[in-house]
Design a protein. Structure first.
Length: 949
């Protein structure tokens, strides 16, 4: 009977597929007489049916459970069938499964009425819910569950092991082992501090049954150990550390211990560099001593910190060091209680950790890791000649703490930066500061006592998102088209006509405009955009980077326009609710232009495709709207951290299912070479060969010969002098000077070193801005385990600014964050620093339609997305020096003088092509090759499988 029912259901499913109808929900259930669900219904899910069959019963024999390996195969097959059944249900009911906030549903029902509301127009589509085992949402929920368990039961223990080869020469001799590992009490007189630590922390015992004794009364850790005159290895290869019987024993908790009870330790690792507040150092005394003597002893007792102050007051070299750096150059003599110059060996020191909850001790530690050469506690509290009352106030004055004073009392910039502050700064008190400065908030305080209007203003005001897209002056756009359309070449004219034809016919073709640099892609986009907008239609212009978006009329970044999630996968959807006013813009759009799409992960385009199909109720690509992709696959591909070649290629748009719907339009005429010299034409042709990978030295090599016009230099100093000649002459530092120059390198570390060296030669007073770094702790989590601030300061990640930012007036800087793209403040924008204060930088833009305009940059909080095992926030100006920049950051910018630091060759597709094509002339390119390189050749990485032939 069961087999017949299954056959009937399979036949029904096959008939429904042939008729093109969706399988109803009942397909996920099986009907059996006598079997009922726990809720009383006469149907079971597939999982429940298999669970029923697998349940052992005393009243019957189970053939399945006694099947041996066949039973295991049955389990695997049953689960595979169950999981496939669930996936089929989700796939066949995709259009019916949606999600929205209750607030959004309530507003929609209130406006349109419960009976007239079409629920297909609400919320967002669910691709793969968290109920599916193994999905991204399911894994995220499991992670949150584990975090909740950890908060309740505290952090789990981690047992780490380290392996070593016994044949290594570094550990063959016993004396070499003894230098690293010790298992004896140190001399109490020579090193009392280490002795106290060993006695307190590294002694095993006393042994009790509750701790380590087994049933026979023996210690499970095998203490006390047998005495050993020298270090040796037992028959199993385990070390027997030196534990000599020297007759010494010491009391602890009423028991006496000798060397046989000492747990092996490393003397350097258990030492700590101590700090203490004024009057908070430890004084050891006897109860029979005279109180006055004890008091005097405490006043004159010398500690490591007070002696550090004394050394800074008397020694010029010591004043260049912070307290944390000091032990690298000086050694503490315990018997003399003084610091001496370190004559041999090397030491890495760390300050004893202090949590923020410890108050002044935490702020003292922060100052000791920051200020070099303090001569006293008062000197530590002195900032710019002002002696502050507490260490916390001194930290605030140095900008080492998050404080709203950055944005208070600066009238000339407060209006400009307040939006950025609210979005990025995460400061808790910005609203109260603004209330003190602006009467508009006083008006707000008056209006708060009036009742909330019941009228739905959105119906009367219209859709502000659509109004923003239609604000263009149609007459001006028509004049723009009439003026520039005749300048088209043959390729551009063809592309122009077919794109407009697709829009007029509403055929929804997806184009890809393919062409190298200077073929007029942006020129084509802007004229097409002006033509369509002049007819009262909506055009959405986006680019993968902020720099490229500035060149498009009304352009924005793709992530901000489409609300693409920061982390995307094959199931991602854009965070646009179907019933929102913002979604109406995409319903009414006639054209979407997306520039530089090859550098975007294909999952981004796929997420937009899924969302537009849903919003526009169309199963055509991108919901039936005409889409124009643009770019050059010779350029840098999507960045996959530590990704292999197959992973990088697999992330390209060409590997997407969308590509089968794309129609390619080619631009091949270089607009810049219309009247160029033969030399420039030859160089442009050579550049295309670099991008195509067609000029390698031989077929099996990735080396190419650099063009003979490229100037090969011998050192980094020569490279700097070639590009930034006369850098020390302040009169030459006009905007055009920096607009025409840059040095490019593949690695961030090399870029930072070059910037640091050039800044030393740059005239002006150096100003240092330090970040405020803090680890982010989830609400309710254990916040007692924190990372020291000096460790967070040491983290150098490419997506965030340096913790210690050195700047000079007039130096070029580059922005690392999209602050206000419409005003030119986008990621990658280069500018010249004109003024700075404690909380705001003023700069002048160098490139784009806003070149020459003054902008203000506040300190904001940035949280990098990295593979670190924790999250932290860095509050700093989102800029870096821009004398040199990475090749990836330079994409989209053209300069006259280009320096290439390729001592470390390029490592990714398109990097060399991008670096060389930044120069407007081949005669102004200088290159620094690896040391001792005799040939003028370098590595060129090209993936031919992604190129368009």
């Amino acid at each position: 009977m069961e087999f017949q029912q299954q056959q009937q259901q399979q036949q029904q499913q096959q008939q429904q597929r042939q008729c093109g109808r969706r399988i109803p929900n009942v397909v996920a259930h099986l009907h059996f007489e006598g079997l009922t669900h726990s809720n009383g219904e006469g149907r079971l899910t597939q999982r429940e049916y298999f669970a029923f069959r697998l349940f052992p019963r005393n009243s019957e024999f189970s053939t399945i459970l006694c099947g041996g390996k066949l039973f295991q195969q049955f389990i695997v097959d049953a689960w595979a069938a169950t999981e496939q059944n669930r996936l089929n249900y989700i796939r066949m009911n995709q259009s019916d499964l949606r999600a929205d906030l209750y607030q959004g549903l309530a507003y929609a029902l209130q406006d349109d009425g419960e009976r007239n509301m079409n629920l297909e127009n609400l919320g967002r589509r669910i691709i793969l819910p968290s109920s599916h085992i193994g999905s991204a949402r399911n894994m995220f929920e499991l992670f949150q569950d584990s975090m909740a368990i950890t908060r309740f039961f505290q952090h789990p223990d981690i047992f780490g092991t380290m392996t070593a080869n016994p044949n290594w020469h570094r550990i063959r001799e016993p004396c070499q082992v003894d230098r690293i590992v010790c298992a004896e009490f140190p001399d109490e007189q020579e090193d009392p501090e280490l002795f106290d630590m060993v006695l307190k922390y590294m002694v095993h015992g006393p042994c009790t049954r509750d701790r380590c004794l087994d049933e026979t009364g023996q210690c499970t850790k095998h203490f006390p150990k047998s005495f050993q005159d020298q270090t040796a290895m037992d028959q199993d290869g385990y070390p027997l550390y030196r534990q000599r019987n020297d007759g010494r024993s010491f009391e602890k908790h009423g028991f006496f211990f000798n060397n046989s009870h000492v747990v092996p330790y490393n003397p350097g690792l258990i030492r700590k560099l101590h700090l203490h507040l004024p009057g908070m150092h430890r004084v050891i005394f006897n109860t029979r001593d005279d109180p006055l003597t004890i008091s005097n002893r405490g006043q004159v007792q010398r500690t490591r910190l007070t002696e550090f102050f004394r050394m800074c007051a008397t020694n010029e070299n010591a004043r260049r060091l912070t307290y944390q750096e000091f032990p690298q150059h000086y050694v503490w003599k315990q018997q003399e209680s003084t610091w001496k110059i370190r004559e041999r060996s090397f030491a890495i020191s760390r300050l004893y950790f202090a949590r923020p909850a410890e108050g002044e001790c935490f702020y003292l530690r922060l100052l000791l890791t920051t200020i070099a050469g303090p001569r006293s506690f008062e000197d530590l509290r002195t900032v710019n000649g002002v002696v502050h009352g507490t260490f916390k106030d001194a930290c605030n004055a140095l900008g080492l703490l998050q404080d709203d004073g950055d944005y208070y009392g600066k009238d000339f910039v407060l209006i400009c930066v307040m939006t950025c502050v609210i979005v990025f700064a995460n400061t808790m008190d910005y609203l109260s500061q603004v209330k003190k400065k602006y009467t508009i908030l006083a008006f707000f305080l008056l209006m708060r006592y009036y009742p909330i209007p019941t009228l739905n203003w959105s119906h009367h005001r219209g859709n502000r998102f659509i109004d923003e897209q239609l604000q263009w002056n149609r007459e001006d756009l028509e004049l723009y088209v009439q003026e520039h359309e005749p300048q088209f070449n043959e390729d551009q004219r063809y592309c122009y006509d077919v794109i407009l034809s697709s829009i007029e016919d509403q055929s929804g073709v997806v184009f890809f405009v393919n062409g190298p640099a200077d073929t007029g892609k942006t020129f084509l986009y802007n004229i097409v955009t002006a033509n369509v907008r002049s007819k009262g239609k909506i055009v959405i212009c986006v680019a993968s980077s902020g720099i490229a978006a500035l060149l498009l009329h009304g352009g924005r970044t793709a992530h901000s326009t489409f609300k693409i999630p920061f982390e995307v996968d094959e199931y991602s959807m854009c965070t646009i609710n179907k019933n929102s006013g913002y979604a109406d813009v995409f319903r009414e759009a006639s054209l979407i232009i997306w520039d530089e799409v090859p550098m975007q992960h294909r999952h981004c385009a796929e997420a937009v495709d899924r969302s537009l199909r849903d919003i526009r109720d169309s199963n055509s690509p991108f919901g039936g709207v005409t889409v124009v992709f643009g770019g050059d696959f010779r350029l840098i591909l999507p960045v996959i951290p530590r990704g292999s070649r197959p992973q990088i290629v697999g992330a390209c748009l060409r590997r997407s299912t969308i590509w089968q719907h794309v129609r390619i339009l080619n631009l091949s005429i270089n607009m810049r070479l219309q009247n160029a010299s033969p030399a420039n034409r030859e160089f442009a042709q050579w550049l295309l060969q670099v991008g195509d990978g067609s000029n390698f030295d031989d077929a099996s090599s990735n080396m190419i010969q650099l063009h003979n016009w490229i100037n090969i230099v011998s050192s980094i100093r020569c490279l700097i002098d070639n590009i930034y000649n006369n850098i020390d002459d302040m009169s030459l530092h006009e905007d055009q000077y920096f607009r025409d120059r840059t040095i490019l390198s593949a690695r961030n570390t090399d870029v930072d070193l070059i910037n640091k060296e050039i800044l030393q030669s740059f005239p002006g007073n150096l100003e240092t801005f330090r970040s405020v770094d803090s680890n982010i702790v989830e609400a309710g989590a254990d916040n007692h385990v924190a990372y020291p601030s000096d460790y967070l300061n040491s983290l150098d990640l490419s997506s965030i600014p340096l913790s210690k930012l050195d700047l000079k007036i007039g130096c070029p800087i580059i922005l690392l964050q999209n602050l206000a793209p419409k005003q030119g403040l986008c990621n990658g924008a280069r500018m010249v620093l004109t003024r700075f204060s404690h909380g705001v930088l003023e700069a002048r833009l160098l490139f784009g339609p806003h070149a020459g305009e003054h902008v203000f940059i506040p300190r904001i909080s940035l949280t990098p997305s990295t593979a670190l095992p924790f999250h932290f926030s860095r509050r700093q100006f989102p800029v870096r020096l821009a004398f040199a920049m990475t090749i990836n950051k330079s994409q989209g910018q053209s300069v006259k003088y280009v320096g290439l630091d390729i001592r470390v060759p390029v490592f990714s597709h398109g990097q060399l092509y991008v670096a060389l094509s930044r120069a407007t002339s081949p005669h102004h390119i200088s290159a620094l090759l690896p040391q001792n390189s005799t040939l003028s050749n370098t590595v060129n990485v090209v993936y031919p499988e992604v190129l368009l032939q």
